[in-house]
Ligand binder design. Sequence first.
Ligand SMILES: NC(=O)c1ccc[n+]([C@@H]2O[C@H](COP(=O)([O-])OP(=O)(O)OC[C@H]3O[C@@H](n4cnc5c(N)ncnc54)[C@H](OP(=O)(O)O)[C@@H]3O)[C@@H](O)[C@H]2O)c1
Length: 289
Amino acid sequence: MKALVTGAAGQLGIAISRRFGRDGKVVALTRAQLDIADHAAVLEVTRATRPDVIVNCAAYNDVDGAETDPVTAMMVNGFAVRSLATASREARATLVHYSTDFVFDGETDRPYDESSVPAPRSVYATSKLLGEWFAAEAPRHYVLRVESLFGGGAEPLGSGGRRRGSTLDKMVDAMLDGRPVRGFTDRTVSPSYVPDVATATHTLVAAQAPVGLYHCVNGGLATWFEVAREAATRLGCESLLSPITLDEVETPAVRPRFCALSNAKIVAAGAHLPAWEDAVTRYLTARSR
Ligand SMILES: NC(=O)c1ccc[n+]([C@@H]2O[C@H](COP(=O)([O-])OP(=O)(O)OC[C@H]3O[C@@H](n4cnc5c(N)ncnc54)[C@H](OP(=O)(O)O)[C@@H]3O)[C@@H](O)[C@H]2O)c1
């Protein structure tokens, strides 16, 4: 299988390139090599590469910045995905595209499943929902909603090229440095361990699972405080952790409060996505090596 990976320098892009490279050929393109907002370039690269699958890891992820730069957010997260869908159709390739829990308003107390109705509350969230719709224009597509990604970057961690961009990565960095950490007690998520997302993505594509929308997260749910406490307990740093609520922090973009996602559909399709506690344990073990 030959994979074309866009946004290949991002935390998921690195992991996806490695996973698909293990048993296939990968053309991994960073933003400098392919700007997905350039429609002609997307078509040209796809024609030259002739991939079996296009995995789009590129995104405009500045949730707050999107409120004042909606054009870039819509272009990269929305309209560029239409170009990728067109290219996929022309190349008869499968398109994998990632979306987010932010497409929901968070006004619930039960995990969302794939039939739940989106209600985005920010520019970023709306741009990602647009991308979902455009991705579905590719005849063979997987739209995978992930959330609170952690543990991305070069694997195995610690062997150089480490990248610690996510919230949990930064929290663990702070704990290891003896700095205080605050975790939201009123934002509930289903965290997604990047290596597990990469493996699940490969499983779906390789098994030719039914196309469509999937929630690609680790099992279970937790508040950000609970996720941080799990890490703090294992590191013996509980005293560094204190609670905070969303109301205490002013942000330009609204954050949904309860955005746990059910992963039942993707697990039934054959993906292995263990409980988030298991993922945090493996993540901390990988970091300690
Ligand atoms: N991180 C999370 O917690 C999270 C949560 C929910 C959903 N997601 C989704 O998961 C996917 C992967 O996210 P991630 O955390 O791996 O993102 P990331 O680390 O921010 O990587 C995104 C990559 O896309 C590149 N990019 C930006 N604009 C581009 C363009 N016009 N053309 C080509 N590349 C471009 C970025 O390059 P530069 O660095 O040069 O800008 C970066 O390398 C995205 O679809 C994201 O929306 C992530």
